[in-house]
Design a protein around this ligand. Structure first.
Ligand SMILES: Cc1ncc(C[n+]2csc(CCOP(=O)(O)OP(=O)(O)O)c2C)c(N)n1
Ligand SMILES: [Mg+2]
Length: 396
């Protein structure tokens, strides 16, 4: 999926001059200078749940039509990928898969807001984002297939390994972004984070370091309402997770995470803010994961069907499609072409995932230390002997 053209918009900045400048722009919803670092009282929304456009906002201009068409295309392919990956767990081809179905606007919108030279710090939930970034889906699923490495070259793809220890990516992103700025490059790092993980120490340490040293990081919280079975109400008393930046001097915004147009507009501005040297920016997207936490979870034990159905009605793909058809950006032929492309993508993934992978268990020991410890040498020999014995048994 080729790089999209996304218009850069002015950075959010909190200097008094900028606030004065911003407040003189023509807008149906003028930015409130008293807001300072605070997010808007209500999540930013540019489309209503039915896909009808809401009044334009000067603070979050609508992305160009070609970027929205590309957003739609990648969301459709992304969902098809996600459905396919879930099916692969049932066929024993994947050990585990954390689905992000329902979160397509966030997964894809974040990737479209970045340049190829920017860095992404994903969690286990972000497989869809990574394939949308153009990474090979088989490589993206390598870790979830049970291999010991992440499947792709993080430096070449400017994409860190998908992080399972919660919030650790927040400090990695701060360090990377600080280092890039220190060397005079205008790279932005975007760290994905879940609602639950904002309770972890690493989130707070990462955002504080980034704020003090003005590291260009966008901390992007996908508030999907649950941390496995723990609902948001048991996670925080904060009115918005975007408030968590204020204490560190970090500006934040909240956005309707199922409104793809608003997600792209808000993240484009957050990225511009970081790139312009204003330090980190925190975005909270209100969204919902339609599937269980992973295929190993039973979500019916902690949430009811009515809640899931209510979110089904806020489907981000249907919302964008309605809007783009209404605007004449998409028609039936274009929609069918995208659906066909998504089917082809899934068929290719299926075929390649059904081929037996070749793995060398001994490679597990290769990159632990430059010089292996005596314990590693011993363990390697033990595995080698077990493999040799198993092979002999198989031959007999
Ligand atoms: C440091 C740490 N503690 C606990 C876990 C176990 N764990 C895995 S996922 C998860 C829930 C995270 O929820 P959230 O941050 O909201 O992300 P989501 O899964 O909803 O995307 C927990 C507690 C972990 N992986 N790492
Ligand atoms: Mg969550």
């Amino acid at each position: 999926m080729g790089p999209p053209h996304v218009q850069e918009v002015p950075a959010v900045t909190t200097t008094p001059q900028a606030v004065r400048r911003a407040s003189t722009r023509r807008s149906t919803t003028p930015p409130d200078p008293a807001r300072g670092l605070l997010p808007a009282a209500e999540p930013v929304r540019l489309l209503d749940p039915a896909g009808t456009p809401l009044p334009a906002r000067a603070d979050y201009p609508e992305p160009p039509a070609e970027a929205l068409a590309e957003l739609y295309r990648r969301m459709v392919i992304g969902r098809r990928f996600d459905v396919q990956a879930t099916a692969l767990t049932k066929q024993g081809r994947l050990a585990v898969y954390p689905s992000s179905r329902g979160q397509e606007a966030c997964q894809v919108g974040a990737m479209l807001a970045l340049r190829d030279t920017d860095w992404v710090f994903p969690t286990y939930r972000e497989s869809m984002a990574l394939v949308s970034r153009g990474l090979d889906p088989v490589e993206v699923l390598t870790l979830l297939r049970g291999d010991w490495h992440c499947g792709y070259d993080p430096a070449a793809r400017r994409t860190a390994p998908q992080c399972t220890p919660l919030a650790t990516q927040c400090v990695h992103a701060a360090g990377l972004a600080y280092g890039e700025a220190y060397q005079g490059r205008d790279t932005v790092a975007l760290a994905f984070i879940g609602d639950g993980a904002t309770s972890e120490g690493d989130f707070h340490e990462g955002i504080n370091f980034a704020a003090v040293f003005k590291a260009p990081v966008v901390y992007f919280v996908q508030n999907n309402r649950y941390a496995i079975s723990v609902p948001l109400s048991r996670q925080t008393a904060a009115p918005s997770l975007a408030y968590k930046g204020v204490g560190y001097g970090v500006a934040g915004e909240q956005v309707d995470g199922n409104d793809p147009v608003a997600v792209l507009a808000v993240l484009t501005r957050a990225v511009a803010h970081a790139r312009a040297g204003n330090g980190p920016f925190l975005v909270e997207a209100h969204t919902y994961r339609m599937e269980p936490h992973t295929n190993a979870d039973d979500a019916t034990r902690y949430r009811d069907g009515a809640e899931v159905d209510a979110w089904r009605d806020r489907d981000p793909i249907a919302r964008l499609e309605t809007y783009l058809r209404e605007r004449g950006v998409l028609d039936g032929t274009a929609v069918a072409a995208v659906a066909a492309e998504a089917e082809e993508y899934a068929a290719d993934l299926r075929a390649r995932m059904n081929a037996q992978p070749t793995v060398d268990p001994l490679s597990l020991f290769d990159h632990v230390y430059a010089e292996p410890t005596p314990q590693l040498v011993e363990q390697r020999e033990q595995v080698r002997a077990e493999l040799a014995a198993a092979e002999q048994e198989g031959d007999a």
